[in-house]
Design a protein around this ligand. Structure first.
Ligand code: SF4
Length: 481
């Protein structure tokens, strides 16, 4: 997963793209970049956190009233290479900049097509650069070199729609993307399954010479909209292309439709709780996950009543709160999280992950000693973090430890942009619940049932989801259907 944002405005956008990336930092802490455009493209990319990459001198150089940004979480291509940092850009056929969230499953085949048949140069092994070159090549075939402002917007948009439809036909996998094209405007699109999120917002321009004109933002989450004065309009529809021209006109069309299967992990873990994704509140969905988990506990272990429910912070705070309410048990933040240390799931290196748990979680002895403690975690991926949490609880005098996961067992890798690379790394793919219980050293282990997890996501909200993707939890991969 990564975070993407694109803004088109009547005033310079670099500062607002920076602010947006700060709000999307949780979606990727490996690297980040911004490209803006006026008469030419201006860019700054780097590795690390957004606040460390962009200095005042960089921001001054990022001129232009439209731009895109990206926070990177490494999936395809090199894990740490600076060349892989998005946004990418190409000068052929015009200035095109591109930021992508997702993963293209048939990358190898398309890479060969792009290099050998389309004579395009690829500078990296990133599927996102390949996708941009494919996009640029199809668009060039439609329009020749006429991407300039002389070509009417309607002609340009028809070419864009053809390009999008071809792109969706050729590619398998997940692709939410934002792009800017010099002299033309901002483009946003989402793959026909809508695997990764993309939300649109608008606000009225403060430019007195263009009264009522709209400015637009597209982002992986709507968490920065309020802060920047944008109103949430809607999610980009799966298979839809949206084009905002440089004079602020909006054009949109759905060019491909398949089953709508957004990633369930966005609700379990990735998205910020205050985000509204696919018209479903992430926070409310997590409350429902906790409620469903509590109901299952009552059904299966009703006679066992913990003294305290403690979340494995911080995504699961919401789930643990709802579970505590459901069971009528005290909720306690008995593990304090130092928020200035990165989330372990998105640290690429296993050793780093192991070392970091004790650095970022501090047990509170008064909340733990001589108590039967129930831990609520959002998910158990490799099991290493969970095991360390259990060891800490024992060291701090817990009597009994019950471990619950708001997500069902993670049993298979993700091919759509989430770093769950091999089944061997997933504890639930090789071990039974009893074996994992023994490995963790807990008195009881309980996972959410997949039906209850899906129900928690889909119960409320004016959404059009057919069924969320849960391929890594034992469901089918949509690109194989
Ligand atoms: Fe999300 Fe899992 Fe589907 Fe990947 S396989 S898109 S992580 S639900």
């Amino acid at each position: 997963m990564c975070g993407i944002v694109g803004i088109i405005s009547d005033k310079p956008v670099a500062g607002e793209i920076y602010d947006s990336l700060i709000q999307l930092q949780h979606r990727g802490q490996d690297a980040a970049g911004i490209i803006t455009c006026n008469e030419r493209m201006h860019f700054k990319t780097g590795q690390g956190l957004v606040r460390d990459i962009f200095q005042e001198r960089h921001m001054k150089r990022l001129e232009g009233n439209m731009g895109i940004g990206h926070t990177r979480y490494p999936t395809s291509g090199g894990k740490t290479g600076n060349d892989e940092v998005q946004p990418f850009w190409t000068s052929v056929p015009n200035g095109i900049a591109f930021a992508h969230n997702g993963n293209i499953v048939n990358y190898a085949e398309l890479r060969s097509d792009v290099i050998n048949n389309r004579n395009r140069y690829l500078n990296t092994h990133s599927d996102s650069e390949m996708l941009m070159q494919l996009f640029a090549d199809i668009l060039q075939q439609c329009l020749g070199n006429n991407l300039s402002s002389k070509t009417p917007d309607s002609t340009f948009f028809n070419a864009l729609c053809f390009t999008g439809s071809e792109l969706f036909n050729l590619t398998q996998g997940a692709a939410s993307a934002v792009s800017i094209i010099k002299d033309r405007g901002l483009i946003a699109f989402r793959d026909p399954h809508g695997l990764r999120p993309l939300v649109m917002g608008e606000r009225t321009s403060s430019d007195s010479t263009a009264p009522g004109r709209k400015e637009y933002i597209f982002a992986s989450e709507d968490t920065m909209f309020y802060m920047l004065g944008f109103k949430r309009v809607r999610d980009v529809i799966p298979g839809e292309i949206i084009f905002i021209s440089c004079n602020g006109e909006i054009h949109s069309r759905v060019v491909a439709q398949k089953s709508f299967t957004p990633c369930i992990f966005e609700y379990v873990y990735f998205s910020r709780p205050d985000a509204m994704i696919n018209n479903i509140s992430v926070y409310r969905s997590r409350l429902r996950m906790g409620e469903n988990l509590g109901k299952k506990w009552k059904r299966e272990f009703g006679e066992l009543r913990p003294d305290v429910i403690i979340p494995a912070p911080s995504t699961s705070n919401t789930m643990a709160l709802a579970m505590a309410r459901e069971l009528g048990v005290n909720y306690s933040e008995g593990l304090h999280k130092n928020t200035f240390i990165g989330r372990t799931f998105i640290m690429p290196d296993q050793e780093q992950r192991k070392q970091s748990v004790r650095y970022k979680l501090v047990p509170q002895e008064l909340e733990i000693r001589n108590k039967d403690v129930m831990i609520v975690d959002d998910s158990i991926v490799r099991g290493t973090t969970s095991k360390e949490i259990v060891m800490m609880l024992k060291e701090f005098g817990a009597e009994k430890i019950y471990f619950t996961s708001a997500c069902s067992p993670v049993v298979a890798p993700c091919f759509y942009g989430v770093d769950i690379p091999t089944s061997e790394e997933l504890i639930a793919s090789t071990q039974s619940v009893d074996e994992i219980c023994t490995y963790l050293g807990v008195d009881l282990l309980m996972y959410q049932d997949i039906e209850d997890l899906i129900e928690a996501v889909m119960r409320k909200g004016d959404h059009h989801i057919d069924i969320p993707c849960y391929a890594c939890l034992g469901g089918s991969y949509v690109h194989e259907e």
